[in-house]
Design a protein around this ligand. Sequence first.
Ligand SMILES: C[S@@+](CC[C@H](N)C(=O)[O-])C[C@H]1O[C@@H](n2cnc3c(N)ncnc32)[C@H](O)[C@@H]1O
Length: 259
Amino acid sequence: MDTQNYEYFYDWVFTHLNIQLDAYKEKQLRRRIFTIMKQSGAQTLEEYAALIHLDKGVRQKFLDYITINVTEFFRNRDLFDNFERLLQTKLSKRFDSISIWSAACSIGAEPYSLAMIMKRNNLPLKQAILATDIDETILDRAKQGIFRENEVKNLSIIDRDKYFVEKDNRFELDETIKKMVHFKKHDLILDTYEKNFHVIVCRNVTIYFKNETKEDIYRRMSASLVTGGLLFTGATETIYQPEQYGLKKVASFIYEKVD
Ligand SMILES: C[S@@+](CC[C@H](N)C(=O)[O-])C[C@H]1O[C@@H](n2cnc3c(N)ncnc32)[C@H](O)[C@@H]1O
């Protein structure tokens, strides 16, 4: 595995696919690239790059494999409950309307969960929830709002019946919730961040990044939040010394922007 020319491959991917692989954790990523390269039949990364270039199917498989799209509605329910409580007790008192960004949103289960929370609490959104991901294929799926059973398993039966229509083991999301979310392609490493959010939810993606990439992302996310806004991270994504980013821990994996 280590004899492969990863430097060449990373440069090639950056030039041709505009993805900065050297921002991701090295060992884990190399293992994944090697596995998917072998599956394609290529023996070297040079061969694999040529295959990615020529064959759309190989390219898509590579992109799917490195971007890891696992997700579900209300992932880590207890953390979402805490987050909902903070919305009710703090944010709704501080702000007339709330602007939300769900970063690295995968197939949309996360931003749609946020939309359900806003709706059931009657909290006004300033604009549609911004939901972004680097993976355009996954964003197309997100926009359709059709989910598999394992993706909706975390929802209560009441919410499932209220917001979805079941057809052939697929769960189709209600238009009222779909309309509350706006999907857009965005790369957390290479793109600029919009400003003035009251809430940023960025979960289960920084685990794949190197420390310096992570730090840069938290710095930029903090700058994108208004004072008193919240950053909600994944269940393993503790921010150490949050004050270095102008953040303060207010609950498990939830941080408030301070001045
Ligand atoms: C494991 S999913 C997390 C989905 C959701 N946030 C959750 O917690 O359930 C990780 C997502 O990060 C996206 N991703 C990976 N690298 C990214 C980048 N550089 N910029 C934006 N999104 C990225 C992947 O495409 C994938 O959809």
